[in-house]
Design a protein around this ligand. Structure first.
Ligand SMILES: [Fe+2]
Ligand SMILES: [Fe+2]
Length: 189
């Protein structure tokens, strides 16, 4: 795979679809995912691409995204009711279509909003990078080191914050997030 050419193609699509604020976040996630992947001896180029693509459809019109969710997730009533979660799934399908990338390559994008039980290290790196990139208002200097020291502990901390926020706003918590929480707690993170 020619990563340089792929990256260039992706950036030009992102620039045509997303606002400048979203683009800055995406580039920041991409850098963070690259750095963390390098630290954990994962495929850094893959993570750079996953960071670039994770919010590909974030600003796509919700009714258009809902059609894709209805097609692939017709039984997932909580997902159908939570449009903020759509873009993880729609970005994954759109990235496959636009850039001919495999479902396996792109799979961490599917879980970057909810998490899930038994996440792979690749899943964790993208999930965490999305939350700890330096442009986030809640950014803390210790985040990167915390991730390197104990990625599961940081994952649990982020997950609890996200679930609490969802509950405070009287929104439904997606079962994948609860599965993620229960798995981490059961495995004594
Ligand atoms: Fe996202
Ligand atoms: Fe994001």
């Amino acid at each position: 795979m020619n990563f340089k050419r792929l990256e260039k193609n992706i950036v030009s699509v992102l620039e045509s679809r997303l606002s400048s604020g979203r683009l800055s976040h995406i580039f920041s996630v991409s850098r963070m995912a690259y750095d963390l992947a390098k630290y954990f001896n994962l495929d850094c180029n893959r993570h750079k691409i996953l960071g670039l693509l994770h919010d590909l459809c974030k600003e796509e019109k919700r009714p258009l995204q809902k059609k894709i969710i209805q097609k692939y997730y017709s039984n997932d009533l909580i997902l159908l009711e939570n449009s903020a979660l759509y873009h993880a799934k729609t970005s994954y399908f759109e990235a496959q279509k636009l850039f001919s990338l495999s479902s396996e390559f792109l799979s961490p994008i599917l879980w970057h909003t909810t998490g899930k039980s038994c996440m792979s290290l690749d899943d964790k790196v993208l999930y965490i990078s999305d939350y700890i990139e330096p442009l986030r208002p809640w950014y803390e200097d210790s985040f990167l080191q915390d991730a390197k020291d104990d990625i599961d502990k940081l994952l649990l901390k982020i997950l609890v914050k996200k679930i609490s926020y969802t509950m405070k706003n009287n929104k439904q918590v997606h079962p994948d997030s609860l599965d993620c929480y229960n798995y981490l707690v059961l495995n004594k993170v």
